[in-house]
Design a protein around this ligand. Structure first.
Ligand code: FES
Length: 319
């Protein structure tokens, strides 16, 4: 029966893109190929420089979401995606023209600020993430183009064309959203890379070496179990210790530069206060886990500060 054949064909198509227990699905394979393909690489450097050259000043950290504690881009995209999805529903209902047209226009107005937050985050990613991010941006730009054409057609009274272009735009923005999900969750582009520290560092004091071995004012790396720790000894004797892997992308803070009571990450320039780990400058949106320190018989010991409120107060002391 033709209906059964059609159902079987649809099920087969769905099965072909879903992973089975034995191997990854086609979608995952395609996106991982994209991550590893150097085809777009010639565009990455110039685009990155162009984003860095935007005269954003302190607004750059606002766009990263430092004020919010995590990336602001996922919040900003709610408006275009939500309005365009709603417009598609209204397009399927009778007598909802004005509402659908208004929502398409609102989505277009909200797309530019959403895109800006995405571009400033994109410029601080690693290469495989940038590749996926570039295609994510291209699909969303395509969606904006389709919705702009859709709105034009609607305003000229060409309803059917406007609706069709709107559905095409929704398809493009959905594809962009799927790539954004891969970028954020699979490639960990928008996660706190220091989040696991309280779970992996044992409570209590841990020896991290002799105080005499710590150069004054220089960042050095020590270990607490498997966890690397940045240690800085000040001229006055205070010893600071932070988790070494940067909350932004796990860059090694012990290879960064120390100045004015802060350490600057060597990878993308986030600045963390040594006394409490606070991220005083992005792109990091999360602070750095901080350790209390004490010196006992010439040996430095460190203990993770578990209380997040207390963590952002000066904590080091000498016994
Ligand atoms: S890894 Fe990006 S600022 Fe540290």
């Amino acid at each position: 029966m033709p209906v059964n054949r059609n159902v079987r064909a649809v099920l087969s198509a769905v099965r072909s893109v879903l992973p089975d227990p034995e191997r990854p699905g086609r979608v995952m394979i395609a996106v991982e190929r994209l991550e590893n393909s150097p085809r777009l690489d010639s565009a990455l450097g110039p685009l990155r420089r162009a984003v860095h050259a935007l005269p954003l000043g302190g607004a750059r950290d606002v766009l990263h979401g430092r004020w919010l504690g995590h990336a602001v881009h996922p919040l900003m995209v709610q408006v275009p995606i939500g309005t365009w999805m709603s417009a598609a529903v209204l397009d399927l209902l009778p007598g909802q023209r004005r509402g659908a047209d208004t929502l398409v226009g609102l989505g277009l107005a909200a797309a530019a600020p959403a895109a800006l937050t995405g571009w400033v985050d994109w410029a601080e990613l690693r290469k495989p993430q940038m590749r996926v991010g570039l295609v994510h941006a291209a699909t969303n730009i395509t969606a904006v183009g389709l919705y702009t054409a859709s709105l034009g057609a609607r305003l000229r009274g060409r309803r059917a064309r406007g609706r069709l272009l709107g559905f095409a735009g929704l398809t493009a923005v959905s594809l962009g959203g799927a790539l954004g999900g891969h970028l954020a969750y699979r490639q960990a582009s928008a996660v706190n890379h220091a989040e696991q520290i309280p779970a992996v560092v044992e409570p209590g004091w841990h020896p991290i070496g002799d105080v005499a071995d710590l150069p004054v004012g220089e960042p050095v790396r020590r270990q607490i179990g498997e966890t690397p720790v940045l240690v800085v000894r000040e001229a006055g004797g205070t010893v600071h210790a932070l988790a070494d892997r940067c909350s932004h992308m796990a860059g090694p803070l012990s290879q960064g530069t120390v100045a004015d009571g802060c350490v600057r990450c060597p990878w993308h320039g986030s600045v963390f206060r040594l006394s409490d780990g606070w991220n005083v400058r992005g792109p990091a949106t999360a602070p750095q886990p901080v350790f209390e320190t004490r010196v006992v018989d010439g040996r430095v010991e460190a203990r993770l500060v578990q209380d997040p409120v207390r963590a952002h107060r000066p904590a080091s002391r000498t016994v």
